[in-house]
Design a protein around this ligand. Structure first.
Ligand SMILES: *Cc1c(COP(=O)(O)O)cnc(C)c1O
Length: 380
């Protein structure tokens, strides 16, 4: 049996998405900037896709620009705001559990005379709103807090954070790569000024993403060339990818989400019932419908991953982005896990295509492997 439970890392391109994309490689291959019919056909596909993404988050089409993925959107949002508002201030606030795309962009800005506050989170991974309020100074220009965490699935109180930023007249960016299509996003209601999205986490193709920029918010472009994407992201658009991304954004239904939540909770209950000395990471309530993160005491996550892989089950450890390094994940340390517990962490991320019997198979194998590894564990 082959069971893919690493949908937090990337997802399968949905059949409907691939079908929608195919003509744009062969028949409709025009450049959206060209004036002839081929170009206009591509341009139309581009603008229809823009409308579809905008609609999904209650934005206007002209507030969406397409990018090469979550990382590019995040870089453009953070650096774009920072360099466009240098006279106003040089202070940025983020959290300790952000994706490296955010953390490393902030580090780079620190090398360029910006100051960054990295907020602590509580045991469940939630940013403390009073700490956020206290961190704000007259120099603060941007708050960037992720919507949902990729490792532990915690969903932040985005609307409350948006409200605080609005009151203080500070720009608010959210990395919504993991939440997009799984959690309702309304940029107006949530007072979001900028939001980053990625296609390959929602059954779209890799190498495509979007950045929402509220009308009137000025950012400094980070790339020079053509006038594409309202002059903010130079380079010929990846039309096939963009069309696929827009299609993918329409596929998730409320029913799919409910079903995933049920599968997730069944998975959590089964593990807690059948395996001793496990700890669920993140929040039980404020949690992504597809995320299950467990720390298994007395075990190395890497060996657990390898044994699961041998049985056809694909998962990730608590340090997906730092694999190869012995440092445990910054997220797990930020929620207060000790090093040795953090090392025994496995993330399972399901998708709307995950079957119940795949979960049953995984829990059964997991139980056996954990017993076996604990039997020979020097950590015990
Ligand atoms: C995957 C991911 C990103 C990066 O997106 P890419 O499209 O792979 O560049 C950023 N933030 C979060 C939370 C992610 O899960």
């Amino acid at each position: 049996m082959k069971v893919y439970l690493d949908n937090g890392a990337t997802t399968m391109v949905a059949k409907e998405v691939l079908e929608e994309m195919l003509p744009y490689f062969t028949e409709k291959y025009g450049n959206a900037s060209s004036l002839h019919k081929f170009g206009q056909e591509a341009k139309k596909a581009l603008e229809n896709s823009r409308k579809a993404i905008a609609k999904k988050i209650n934005a206007l089409p002209e507030e969406i620009i397409f990018t090469s993925g979550g990382t590019e959107s995040i870089n453009l949002a953070i650096k774009g705001i920072a360099y466009a508002n240098q006279e106003r201030g040089n202070h940025i606030i983020t959290s300790k559990i952000e994706h490296p795309a955010v953390l490393k962009t902030c580090r780079e800005l620190e090398n360029n005379r910006f100051k960054v506050t990295y907020l602590n989170v509580d045991k469940e991974g939630l940013v403390k709103l009073d700490e956020l309020k206290k961190a704000i100074t007259s120099k603060t220009i941007l708050v960037t807090i992720m919507h949902a965490n990729n490792e532990i699935g915690t969903i932040q109180q985005i609307e409350e954070i948006g409200k605080i930023c609005k009151e203080k007249n500070i720009f608010f960016h959210t990395d919504a790569v993991q939440s997009f299509s799984k959690v309702q996003i309304d940029v107006k209601k949530m007072n979001i000024n900028l939001a980053s999205f990625s296609s390959h986490k929602i059954h779209g193709p890799k190498g495509v993403g979007a950045l929402y920029i509220k009308k009137g918010v000025k950012i400094k472009k980070q790339k020079y060339g053509g006038h594409q994407e309202f002059g903010l992201n130079a380079g010929t658009e990846n039309i096939a990818g963009i069309v696929g991304f827009a299609k993918a954004a329409t596929l998730m239904t409320e029913k799919d989400i409910k079903r995933m939540e049920k599968l997730r909770d069944n998975f959590i209950n089964a593990v807690e019932k059948s395996i001793k000395d496990v700890k669920l990471n993140g929040s039980r309530k404020q949690r992504l419908c597809n995320n299950i993160s467990f720390s298994f005491k007395f075990i190395e996550g890497e060996s657990l991953l390898t044994h699961l892989d041998f049985e056809g089950i694909a998962v990730s450890t608590g340090s997906a982005c730092a694999s190869g390094s012995l440092e445990p994940s910054h997220v797990l340390l930020a929620i207060g896990l000790k090093h040795e517990i953090a090392h025994g962490t496995i993330r399972f991320t399901i998708s709307k295509y995950t079957a119940e019997k795949e979960i049953e198979y995984t829990v059964a194998k997991l139980k056996k492997i954990v017993e076996k590894l604990r039997g020979i564990s020097p950590l015990r």
